[in-house]
Design a protein around this ligand. Structure first.
Ligand code: XMP
Length: 326
């Protein structure tokens, strides 16, 4: 039997009960596969790797070594949440690597989108590889592969994924959610007790804010983007849009305009709001956001975020615009 093919008889996991059954089965399977050996996992904090981590912690506890690489392009509070949930609450074996300086130094002055992606992807493998080679006795590599990744393995996600397997790493794979669809992974994540904000996290590109801090990334503009994005997310959550809009974020171009602040000339960047709905990310429509809320968000971002002096809204569907700007 092809272990990468979802059996026709496999029931869709939609309830807590079905999720718990799946979890019990997987715990047994993982224990059988892994025995008393060690497993390594790159834990990004995304839905899939978080669910795999939680499953493995249940199955083999400290035999799992999680490595979280903070490339400095995470959204506000994300790396902190990974540490809080996995190290503090689940008592996982978590190695946290703050590689912000390495990434930002390499990216300095690089404005071409494809080059930026390559640098981020390449450096990610390097940092992960370095951490892995410091560890002894690792036999397995766990991955948050899900069924659409297998179905589309030469499709969109392949070129999207940061990292992948470091070259020359010869580990046997542990992929406990590889036959699940995304909605099932979320149900399993909830059953495992992961926070809702993690389980229902919106899609976030591997290169992170790197593809939203348009052009050559600078620390001050990246900081402004992160703060503005946090305000947008907070307001969408407070106003009931978080569950309604598929993906929403801020992009900040490398461009300044003239404004006035406190009676003085104030040059700043514009924050571009992108809020789209889609089912498969191949096409996307623009979500209508109430004007009153847009005014409020504009007010907060322009007053609270240093360096931003305008807020604009991107009304372009996909096609013709892609969801991300880079
Ligand atoms: P585009 O911009 O191509 O994006 O319309 C479609 C969806 O893919 C996400 N995206 C990425 N996801 N790594 C990822 O894992 C990436 O490099 C990447 N680039 C774009 C994007 O956020 C949207 O949901």
């Amino acid at each position: 039997m092809d272990s990468n093919k979802r059996p026709d008889t496999m029931e869709r996991i939609t309830t807590l009960e079905l999720a718990n059954r799946f979890i019990d089965e997987q715990i047994a399977a993982i224990r059988e596969q892994v025995g008393d050996k060690k497993v390594l996992l790159a834990l990004s904090g995304g839905v899939d790797s978080s669910v795999v981590a939680a499953l493995l912690i249940k199955a083999v506890g400290k035999q799992l070594v999680c490595v979280h690489v903070n490339h400095g392009l995470m959204r506000k509070g994300e790396s902190e949440q990974v540490i809080e949930v996995f190290r503090n609450q689940m008592d996982a074996n978590l190695i946290y690597v703050d590689a912000t300086d390495r990434f930002l130094n390499l990216l300095a002055g690089v404005s071409e989108p494809e080059k930026k992606r390559k640098i981020i992807g390449g450096e990610f493998i390097k940092v992960f590889d370095e951490e892995a080679s410091k560890l002894e006795g690792i036999s397995f590599l766990a991955q948050g592969t899900i069924y659409p990744d297998i179905l589309e393995s030469d499709g969109v996600k392949a070129h999207h994924n940061v990292g992948g397997l470091p070259e020359g790493m010869q580990f046997e794979l542990v992929e406990p959610v590889k036959l699940l669809f995304k909605d099932e992974v979320r149900v399993v994540g909830e059953a495992l007790g992961l926070p809702k904000s993690m389980v229902y996290r919106q899609p976030f590109p591997g290169p992170g804010l790197g593809v939203r801090c348009l052009g050559a990334i600078t620390r001050d503009r990246l900081h402004a983007l992160r703060e503005a994005d946090a305000i947008l997310r907070e307001e969408f959550e407070l106003n009931g849009l978080a569950g309604k809009v598929w993906q929403y974020f801020i992009a900040v171009p490398d461009l300044k305009s003239v404004g006035v602040k406190d009676g003085k000339r104030y040059e700043g960047w514009p924050a571009i709001i992108r809020a789209v709905n889609t089912t498969d990310a191949m096409t996307a429509t623009i979500e209508e956001i109430p004007y009153a809320l847009l005014h409020h968000i504009t007010d907060r971002i322009t007053h609270e975020v240093d360096g931003i002096n305008r807020v604009v809204m991107d009304l372009t569907p996909k096609p013709i615009g892609t969801i991300e700007w880079e």
